[in-house]
Design a protein around this ligand. Structure first.
Ligand code: ATP
Length: 514
């Protein structure tokens, strides 16, 4: 039997640490809340993921170019973007446990519990009735399901309205009326709900009087907006066109949990696509589909992704959806796709006093473009890939293995070079092969322990190929190559290696599937 989800998640976190993917930040000082470091394998996987995203934007689309803006920006940027006044989360404290929660998340968790309850009823009935079972009919007629659904809908309606009206007292009332308890203390001893701004600030300048308060950017998007005309003019870009960027963002998250899912320092990969006013919803639909295909091309299973349209649109959006992935703790957002209208550019025009209009030669008119944004969290995508590929396999005869079935193009190490024994000139021959392959592929040389143990170590970090050099190699220049997923081995000529490895580990193979 497969272990329960939370066990899988715990094992995954331990695995990440044990195999050099992710470490808690400054661990020797007991770590820092929701800040993590990527280790020797993590950074390779992360870099490959960045390349996959970057190439899918700037190689595959001739009208998308990249930039790399600074983390610090003029403080007025954040007034204009609305972050100073409106980048808040509603927080609530439990007086007994002294734990702090996001009020909206407590209510969302409750809604998810009702959904789970109903799903359980449906699954139970499906088992009982077999092939004849009609889930939709059951949903519409079963009294228990109907009662749950009615309760859920009532809470949901109140919740959406409270968010929309920014009604903090009503959020608290929903928590109290539904008897939501603190998971730690188990009590309902809640404080009032308050707003909390998520931006980190620091000071720039050498003297106390001369210092200016600056913010660590909470999103990369604004660096793109303020550079919109620079790029458009110097790149002679014609609308529609996009600007892509990968970079760090910082948020003082109230509740930082679930490992690298919610961090205080994280990385975003964003693309802002500038379009004619009135055409934004067409492009919104277009990028929704393209972005879903990008995720699906990773091969983790199409059923693990779904769209989740926003109930409360952000102050800047006229349409918004999330791409969610089925994490070990449920379906969660990994990417947001937003139709941001002309909110940002118009606001920057107003605050800076500079025109950010584009002259459209085909229409012979100037306008502020509308923007469709795709914003994906690099760390969350990293987590989704690890969660989607981590497997514990029973190999029979009491043997088992842990394997990361990573898409080969993303694997930190592409090929392990393993001399069968540490003598008889095998290490030298292995080194020769390594020297031949290392210019194209990240290789790992290992001569310690039995070959079986070495295979297991490579399985655990997701290396798609192991090449073993034995005595026969010295006579006929052939080696065995072992495939990670099937564990099959074949004897091949050394000259054939590069082509075999290249075929399945190239990012091009992923890009072609989008
Ligand atoms: P959430 O609702 O989970 O807080 P969000 O809707 O505020 O996320 P966006 O502002 O749309 O997130 O940011 C775009 C992407 O950046 C998200 O889809 C997510 O992948 C990533 N992201 C946002 N906040 C964090 C965080 N604290 N840690 C890691 N990744 C994050």
């Amino acid at each position: 039997m497969f272990p329960p989800q939370s066990d899988v998640f715990k094992k995954l976190i331990a695995h990440c640490k044990e195999y050099g993917f992710v470490f808690p930040s400054s661990e020797i000082y007991d770590g820092l809340g929701a800040v993590y470091d990527y280790g020797q394998n993590g950074v390779e996987l992360k870099n490959n993921l960045k390349k996959y995203w970057w190439d899918s934007m700037v190689l595959l689309n001739e009208n998308v170019v990249g930039i790399d803006a600074a983390i610090f920006m003029h403080p007025t940027t954040w007034k204009a973007s609305g972050h100073v006044d409106a980048f808040n989360d509603p927080l609530i404290d439990n007086r007994d446990s002294k734990k702090r929660y996001r009020a909206d998340v407590l209510i969302e968790d409750l809604l998810a519990k009702y959904d789970e309850k109903n799903q359980k009823e449906i699954d139970k009935a499906a088992k009982r009735f077999g092939d004849k079972f009609d889930a939709e009919m059951f949903r519409q007629t079963n009294p228990r399901v109907l009662e749950n659904q009615a309760k859920r809908d009532e809470i949901h309606t109140r919740f959406v309205k409270a968010l929309h009206d920014n009604d903090l007292a009503e959020l608290k009332a929903i928590i109290e009326d539904n008897e939501i308890v603190c998971p730690i203390s188990g009590t309902r001893n809640w404080t009032d709900v308050r707003q909390f701004n998520l931006m980190f600030s620091t000071e720039m300048g050498s003297t106390a009087e001369g210092a200016t308060q600056v913010f660590l950017r909470p999103e990369t998007a604004q660096g793109i907006f303020v550079n919109f005309l620079n790029v458009q003019k110097t790149g002679r870009m014609k609308i529609p066109f996009g600007i892509a960027q990968i970079g760090k963002a910082f948020r003082n998250e109230i509740v930082a949990r679930q490992f690298i899912f919610r961090m205080r320092e994280f990385e975003q990969m964003e693309m802002q696509f500038f379009v004619r006013p009135g055409e934004e919803l067409k492009w919104y639909e277009y990028w929704k589909e393209v972005r879903l295909r990008w995720h699906q091309a990773l091969g983790l299973g199409d059923h693990k992704y779904r769209f989740h349209d926003h109930e409360k649109l952000a102050h800047y959006a006229n349409a918004a959806t999330d791409i969610e992935f089925e994490m070990p703790f449920g379906f969660k957002e990994v990417e947001g796709i937003h139709s941001r209208t002309d909110f940002d550019l118009t606001s920057h025009e107003r605050y800076s006093g500079k025109s950010l209009k584009y002259f459209d030669p085909e229409l012979n008119q100037s306008y502020v473009p509308y923007v469709v944004e795709t914003s994906i969290g690099l760390d969350r995508t990293f987590l989704s890939i690890l969660a989607g590929t981590y497997a514990e396999e029973d190999l029979g005869n009491g043997d088992s293995r842990v394997v990361l079935k990573l898409p080969p193009a993303l694997a930190p190490v592409k090929v392990a070079i393993l001399p069968l024994v540490k003598k008889d000139d095998l290490p030298e021959k292995a080194q020769e092969i390594m020297d031949m392959l290392k210019f194209d592929y990240k290789c790992f040389y290992d001569e310690k322990d039995s070959i079986g143990k070495r295979y297991r170590r490579q399985d655990a970090i997701g290396t798609p190929f192991c090449v073993t050099i034995d005595h026969q190699t010295l006579t006929d220049n052939t080696v065995t190559i072992r495939h990670r997923d099937s564990m099959e081995q074949e004897r091949v000529a050394i000259e054939a290696l590069s082509e075999i490895i290249g075929k399945s580990t190239s990012i091009k193979e992923l890009l072609k599937k989008i």
